[in-house]
Design a protein around this ligand. Sequence first.
Ligand code: F0G
Length: 460
Amino acid sequence: MKLPYAEPYRIKMVEPIFQSTIEQRKAWIKEADYNLFNLKSDQVYIDLLTDSGTGAMSDRQWAEIMLGDESYAGSRSFLKLDKAVKDITGYKYFIPTHQGRAAENVLFSATVKEGDIIPGNSHFDTTKGHIEFRKGKAVDCTIAEAFDTDLYHPFKGNIDLDKLKKVLSENPIEKIPFIIITVTCNTAGGQPVSMENIKAVSALCKSYNVPVYFDAARYAENCYFIKVREEAYKDVSIKDIAKEMFSYGDGMTMSSKKDGLVNMGGIIALNDEPTYRTAITFNIMYEGFITYGGMSGRDMGALAVGLYEALDYDYLASRVTQVQYLGEKMAEFGVPVQKPIGGHAVYLDANKFVPTIPKEEYRAQSLAIELYIVAGIRGVEIGTILADRDPETRENRYPELELVRLAIPRRTYTHNHMEYIAAALHEIYISRHEAKNGYNILWEAPIMRHFTVKLEKIQS
Ligand code: F0G
């Protein structure tokens, strides 16, 4: 008999969270200008805004906090982390940074120039931001299947080799400093990239002499999907899968707030010595000395432990199973979600959920607000508000997918919380036809508007 999955840990410390009434939430979200980022965390019951830096550390990680060595240079905590990063990635050089976008800032300062082109699989916002800030261009080469939420494909994060080949062959190669593979692909719905695809991308890039970097924020979850969905890897350990995956690239940046199982931290690891030498100068300018890069010693110690815990099969199985359980439960109720369910989040397809709201009135944001009002659950819009306006025409850009992301923090919420979330969405789904009006923008910033936008409800 196959027993059901259960968490491979028990809970030693609890943090109270607060329930509230619908009336209270209606008032709070209005006060927050209908922007979920403006809510106080105590006004939220289940917080699914992000899985970044919101997970629970283990007893062993907390023990490392007490052992932290806060020496400015050459601390024991740094040496522990340096050893772990090199052991797991196989790369020669390691640079610590305070979070993922800081790793991008440092590495791209050393590698990206005006007019450069960086192909990849749906670059994350900050990755794209750091490329565009340097007047480079991020070219999306994700497979077309990723944009059909109903279509099952085991590796929707894959790169389309024809699209990539076109970019490589039609541009001067000195304009392409590297390509970036994001594992798992957050923007495409937490979807994994197969080892087969990584291998093929790597071989193609080698033939053009273009380095391959990973955005490894959720690399352990990607390795888990390779193990369970790619036949050749079913008997390979997650750690060996990770080693092999990194061997097809030249380096990586990582937000360790995800698969590092810590609340703050970032990593650059790479093989090329000249790039490393240039990057460490930027690290000293932007982040801190090369043996701490914006992290305290205790945080580096906790990260060294977290990196290994995240490679544990039982941990990953329970993590991914929890997310899948939530997504599949919602799908059973008919709620339209991106399929298959991603590694760290369930994505609601707002175009299918609330087609009764005009798209000019921000369907995904309207749905996210409704979920907050009905159940105190905070998700995040990944749709038109996030997509910003066209820089030239200033018209709204309507992205192919209009989503609400419900990101599940690691080791934080229980099975009952998943039941509660699914039930809340079921209830909203049943009365979805009543949703007619969305929101107007009252004020927005010229770029990255979704963090600070102010909205008003359209009254019928
Ligand atoms: N790359 C990916 C794939 C990410 O998902 C993120 C952050 C970053 C880079 C940047 O890392 O936040 O440590 O600076 N994603 C968070 C999210 C914010 O909610 O998905 P960071």
